[in-house]
Design a protein around this ligand. Structure first.
Ligand SMILES: [Zn+2]
Length: 279
């Protein structure tokens, strides 16, 4: 009988303790600012960098799945990529402009219509998407969208939402010290399978417009890409990792109009030179 009471007390204590932890971490998570618009993130920006570096290493070690285009063999192609990236970085609009490395890679696969960025700002563009697009404003729009996912730390926000509180409780209770490592590893292996939320998509689109608005590019480049995708019969891999929310194109236009509705350049000639520099 006594044992039973003790057990019940212990159970109550444990539930109360866990509940307190949940409340505590919810408060902590709410206070920790990862960016101005997505405050819930239990990871630090250093975690994002470390996470990105390990994914960069995974990708480099897997040339069958990720045949990276050699930057020394194709310097012209990479120069175009660096030039476009730098025009976005130089807007001063990114929180982690100086902290993240913003490394860019081209993956040689003409049939993949996709691009992705790891946490910490390592960016990958398939030759498929580069060749599919018509002008540099569209490409810069896609790049701006990827940079926004990294700069706003959407991946670690997402992992926090999915596992954060649970991991923290397990780690504190000493029940699963290796769980965090496991989750991070499975995320790295299932690269791109963790789709962003619709809100993150809207946010990345809006930031792409904001970045490009401060360059000479037409800031609606990302909308042009989605319009083109809508007309296309090709299976868009991009949408498997970047789910398309409703009224996406309209929302992009709203942001652009809100900024003043300036028409920028599309740069067809320099983009054709970029495409011609690819194998
Ligand atoms: Zn996206």
């Amino acid at each position: 009988m006594q044992t039973l009471i003790k057990k019940t007390d212990m159970k109550t204590f444990k539930s109360t303790f866990i509940l307190s932890l949940i409340v505590l971490f919810t408060i902590l998570a709410g206070c920790k600012k990862g960016s101005d618009e997505s405050p819930i993130n239990l990871f630090s920006s250093d975690d994002d960098i470390e996470f990105g570096q390990s994914m960069e290493a995974e990708i480099a070690a897997n040339p069958q799945e990720f045949p990276l285009l050699d930057a020394t063999a194709y310097p012209a192609a990479y120069d175009h990529l660096y030039r476009i990236r730098d025009s976005i970085l130089n807007t001063g609009e990114l929180y982690y402009e100086d902290k993240f490395e913003w490394k860019v890679y081209i993956i040689e696969n003409d049939s993949m219509l996709n691009a992705f960025a790891t946490p910490g700002g390592y960016m990958y563009f398939y030759t498929g998407i580069i060749k599919y697009l018509d002008n540099e404003a569209q490409f810069a729009g896609v790049m701006g969208h990827e940079m926004a996912h990294a700069d706003l730390r959407h991946s670690t926000n997402q992992i926090t939402k999915a596992y954060g509180i649970q991991i923290m409780i397990s780690i504190i209770l000493g029940e699963a010290p290796g769980q965090l490592t496991e989750i991070l590893a499975s995320y790295a292996y299932g690269l791109g399978t963790l789709a962003f939320s619709r809100d993150h998509e809207y946010e990345a689109d809006a930031h792409s417009v904001q970045y490009l608005y401060k360059t000479s590019y037409d800031a609606r480049g990302i909308a042009d890409f989605f319009i083109k995708l809508g007309d296309s019969s090709r299976p868009p891999e991009f949408l498997s990792t970047h789910p398309s929310p409703d009224n996406r194109i309209e929302k992009i236009y709203e942001v652009w109009e809100g900024l003043g509705g300036k028409t920028g350049n599309t740069y067809v000639d320099s983009y054709n030179a970029f495409k011609a520099s690819l194998p």
